[in-house]
Every structure is written in C-alpha cells, then in structure tokens.
Design a binder for this molecule. Structure first.
Ligand SMILES: Cc1cc2nc3c(=O)[nH]c(=O)nc-3n(C[C@H](O)[C@H](O)[C@H](O)COP(=O)(O)OP(=O)(O)OC[C@H]3O[C@@H](n4cnc5c(N)ncnc54)[C@H](O)[C@@H]3O)c2cc1C
Ligand code: SF4
Length: 504
C-alpha cells in the first residue's frame, strides 16, 4: 500500500483475524494492535465518505484525522503488517467489503470511544478488547461515580492522584497541597515575551491528503507520533513552567499562551495520557518545573480528561439530547462567520477557530459556550458546531463539556451552576475589550456590552429556577439592585435580534 493511494493488498496470505482501527486508535502499543501478529492479522482502516462529506467539518480537522491515519497505516506496513486502507461509503460497507475480499474472519477492535460507533460495530459482530487509551478503566470510573452524590471533579482527581501514585507520598499530596487553582488565575501579562511556537512541516502524505481535500493546512498540527512527541518536548522545554499561573488568561498577542496543544494527539492515540503525565512529573522531580504548573497540567489530564470520558459513559445515551433550559434559538450566524459580529472577543475567538480549528479552554467556555448559554442557543446545534469545528472534538469529550459544563443543558448533573459571565469578567481575564466598540461596564444603551446585557437578562429569564440553587441565589438576587431592569429587558431583545441577524 502506498501511504496515500488505497489499494487492495497484493498478498495471498490467509489471515485469521481482521484488526479494525478507528481513526482515534492510532497507537501500536494500545487497543487491538497491542497483541496483533503481522503474520496472521490483517489491519483494516476505513475512510468513510459519509464521515468526510456528511457534515461541515473544518478542513483542518479532516486533514489532521486522515493524514494521521495514513501515516500510521504506513508505519504499520513498515512493521510488517498487511494493511488495507479502504475508502468506502461508510464503516459498515467498508467492513463488508473487507469480508467479501478476505472471507468472514473475526473482526477485532478496541472498545470505540463513542456510543454511536460502539453500537454500530457491535451490530456487525465486531469483538471488542478493552479500550486502554485512558488511564481509568470505564468500570472503575463507574464504581466511583455510583458512590458519589454529586460528581465533584476535585474528589475524583484526588483519588486518581493516590490510585496512580502521582505527586503523592503516603497518600499525602506533594508539598502539602492538592491543587494550586487559587494561584493559577492570573490575568493576561503585560509586556511578556512568549516562546516561539513549534511549526510542523508537511510531507508527501500530508500534501497528498491536502490536495484531495482541496485545502492548504496550517503548520500547527503534526500528523505523526514523532511530530506529537516533538510537540510534547517543546511544551516541556518552553511552556510547562508558565502553564499554571497563566492557564486561564486570554491575550491578544498570543493565541496558545502556555497551553500544550496536545489534545488532538491524546485524542487520536498518537500519544497517551500516561506518557505525557510521566514526562511532566519528571520535569518537576528534576527540579526543572515548579509544582504549581506541573500539578495544574497533571490535573487537566488525569483529572479533567479522565473525568469527562468517565462521565460520558456514566451519564447514559440520553444525556446528549438534554435541553434543561429549553433553549431554542437557532445557531447564531457569527459561529459560522466571524465577520458577522462586531463583538471583538467573539470575532477574535471565532476567527482563531476558523484559522486552525482550536482555541484554548477559557475562550471555549467564557466566550463561545457562555454566549450560547446566555443567548438561549439550542444546545445540540451548538454542540454540533463545536464538534465540527474543533480539531480535538470527538463525541466523548464534547458531550459532557458542552451539554454539562458549557451550556448547562443537563439541569446541573455535571456542574452545579451554569457558567454565565458578563463583560466585566471577560474584561478582567482577556485583552479584547479595549479594541471593542462595546463597553463591558454598560448593560443598557447602544454601546452596552452584549455579554453584560445578556448575562442579566439570562438570570432574569431563569430566576425562578436559579433562585432555588444555593450557588446561584446571590447572582439572582443581584437583579434586585438593577434599577434599569425594564430598559435592560428591552435592550436584551434588541441584542438578541441583532445577533440573529448578524448586526451585533
Ligand atoms: C466547552 C468546552 C469544550 C471542550 N471541548 C473539547 C474537545 O472537544 N476536545 C478536547 O480534547 N478538549 C475539549 N475541551 C477541553 C480543553 O478546552 C481542551 O482539551 C484544550 O483546550 C486542548 O488544548 P491543549 O491540549 O493545549 O490543552 P492544555 O490546556 O495544555 O491541557 C492539557 C490537556 O488536558 C486535557 N483537558 C483539559 N481540560 C479538559 C476537559 N474539560 N475535557 C477533556 N480534556 C481536558 C486535554 O487533553 C488537554 O490536551 C473543552 C473544554 C470546554 C470548556
Ligand atoms: S466589550 Fe463585551 S463584546 Fe466587547 S470584547 Fe468586551 S466582553 Fe466582548
């Protein structure tokens, strides 16, 4: 097989099994490949035409997923495997085609990372081996979640630290502290020199995939394990030290700050959570990175990432469709085109997503999800948009992050209170407001910040349910102090109409 032109492998060997590799299981030491034998196992990849054409995927994302899979298929060939990289209408048709050619052999795959793919493959009789792309087995998480009344991530994270023996001694946290969150909320720094970003240069396979897609990719994302490891090393050398204190900041001069840019590779298997965490902890142990930052990074991986995956499986298949706040607004035009908004924060963040299919977690939460939440945007339309536009978005990670954390459509099952914020908070944590025609301090008037107006309007619209929530009651009672509530309601209607029409 050439890495870029799929053909039927020219071999007469008779195989005993077909190993099916989804595009997010790209690791020779994990899943079904861990015990595979090049002499008796045929490796099958199916590039589904439906996957490519069915939705408005960001081309950077399609490029990344396909090119990574093609590079990985070529690597397996180098290791002596017979690989069939098949383009088919969809996965079932691809598998049927493989069986027509090679005979009805047992098909083996690691447990898929999404419910839909699990159901689809199970129906085709695919045998699953455990999904070891996470450090927490699904049953273990299930047992933890069943024992909890509320699913507080911090409790899970501390148990993970002890279970995995990471930054703990005799059950006690390193330096006596489980977390440094309180110290890790610095606003954007002034006159700060950011390290250079790592560029990933394109090879022949990349260029072929890009040409097929008719797209010129950025140099932001690697498509091989070597590239992913270079990214990890770059993060360890230049960013880990500053990661913690500035992890919540958003600046105008640097879009990735000290974030690792590792999520796409963690999610498609090119690198794994345990190796990334071990590398960061090693930096701390060698005295080359402060605990404040190493703990913050470790928390993201063994805490948040594992928690989100565990909750995806724990919360059940109906969770994706929840709409607890009865939000019905169609997706705003600004999500599809950053030029249709005058709000500087939204324009900048959406244009980052347009350019490279990524922005860090605070813009995802504080700008994009917050806007969807306070405008009452339909949660599943927003979820689909995020799923299509982000390089690292897959079902397991997007569903709890959006439905639970982002837009509170789950009635508080994941997070006890909605993450709603007005312009004053955005002004404190970002540098966007200075260049904006709106005023973050104002809630009424033509130049009022839409976030500020809609934040209060959102509380007002939902005050009856939120006042019963002890974590929200203080915010809701803030409404009583607003002397301009009638004008604010009028302004909110104007803002919502303007957003719907792409005028605000
Ligand atoms: C509304 C919303 C949507 C998100 N959607 C996704 C998504 O589709 N895919 C995705 O991988 N992450 C998602 N995240 C989490 C987070 O924003 C990204 O993982 C992060 O921005 C990726 O960049 P990074 O690798 O530089 O992360 P860093 O800031 O360097 O963090 C290190 C790693 O921690 C993990 N992590 C941190 N927070 C989370 C989290 N909440 N859920 C899962 N993993 C986490 C990621 O693997 C990330 O690579 C979302 C967060 C929010 C608030
Ligand atoms: S003033 Fe409001 S809309 Fe403008 S950048 Fe600030 S928060 Fe965003």
């Amino acid at each position: 097989m050439s890495a870029t032109v799929p053909t039927i492998p020219d071999v007469t060997a008779s195989f005993q099994r077909i190993i099916f590799i989804p595009f997010d299981h790209l690791n020779v030491d994990r899943g079904a490949l861990k015990d595979a034998n090049p002499k008796t196992d045929l490796v099958l990849f199916v590039q589904s035409k439906r996957m490519c054409a069915g939705r408005t995927w960001h081309p950077e994302k399609l490029f990344f997923l396909i090119s990574s899979a093609r590079h990985f298929a070529a690597l397996l060939e180098e290791r002596g495997f017979t690989v069939w990289f098949l383009e088919a209408e969809n996965t079932p048709e691809g598998i049927a085609e493989a069986q027509a050619h090679w005979g009805v052999l047992p098909i083996v795959c690691a447990e898929p990372s999404s419910r839909r793919q699990s159901a689809q493959l199970a129906e085709l009789g695919v045998q699953f081996v455990a999904n070891d792309f996470f450090v927490t087995p699904r049953e273990l998480f299930h047992t933890w979640a069943k024992s909890q009344q509320t699913f507080v991530m911090e409790n899970f994270y501390r148990a993970q630290r002890v279970r995995l023996n990471i930054l703990v001694t005799d059950g006690a946290p390193e330096e006596g502290r489980w977390n440094f969150d309180a110290d890790n909320r610095l606003p954007p720094p002034k006159e700060y020199t950011w390290p250079e970003r790592l560029e990933h240069h394109r090879d022949e396979t990349d260029n072929d995939v890009a040409a097929t897609l008719g797209y010129r990719p950025t140099t932001t994302w690697a498509t091989t394990r070597e590239g992913a490891l270079r990214q990890l090393q770059h993060f360890l050398d230049y960013h880990l030290e500053g990661f913690g204190p500035l992890e919540d900041a958003v600046t105008l001069d640097e879009w990735s700050l000290h974030h690792s840019l590792l999520s796409p590779y963690l999610n498609n298997g090119l690198i794994t959570a345990d190796e990334v965490v071990a590398a960061a902890v090693e930096k701390y142990q060698a005295g080359e990175a402060p605990l404040q930052s190493v703990e913050a990074f470790v928390r993201q991986i063994i805490g948040w990432r594992e928690y989100i995956n565990g909750m995806y499986w724990f919360l059940g298949s109906d969770y994706r469709e929840l709409n607890g706040l009865d939000a019905k607004r169609p997706l705003l035009p600004l999500f599809g085109d950053s030029s249709t908004t005058k709000m500087n924060c939204v324009k900048q963040v959406v244009s980052h997503v347009e350019k490279r299919a990524w922005t860090h977690h605070i813009p995802r939460l504080m700008i994009l999800s917050n806007l969807a939440l306070i405008t009452g945007t339909h949660p599943q339309q927003f979820l689909d948009w995020m799923r299509e536009r982000f390089i690292d978005a897959t079902e397991w990670v997007m569903v709890p992050n959006i439905i639970g954390m982002g837009v509170h459509a789950d009635g508080g099952r994941l997070m006890t209170k909605p993450y709603a914020a007005g312009g004053a908070y955005i002004n404190r944590m970002t540098q966007f407001c200075k260049g904006c025609q709106y005023d973050p301090k104002k809630r009424v008037g033509d130049d009022a910040c839409p976030f500020t107006t809609l934040y209060w309007d959102f509380l007002d619209r939902h005050k009856d349910e939120f006042v019963k929530n002890h974590r929200m009651a203080r915010q809701v009672h803030g409404l009583d102090r607003l002397t301009d509530l009638p004008e604010l309601r009028v302004r909110a209607k104007e803002v919502l109409a303007g957003l719907d029409e792409g005028r605000i």
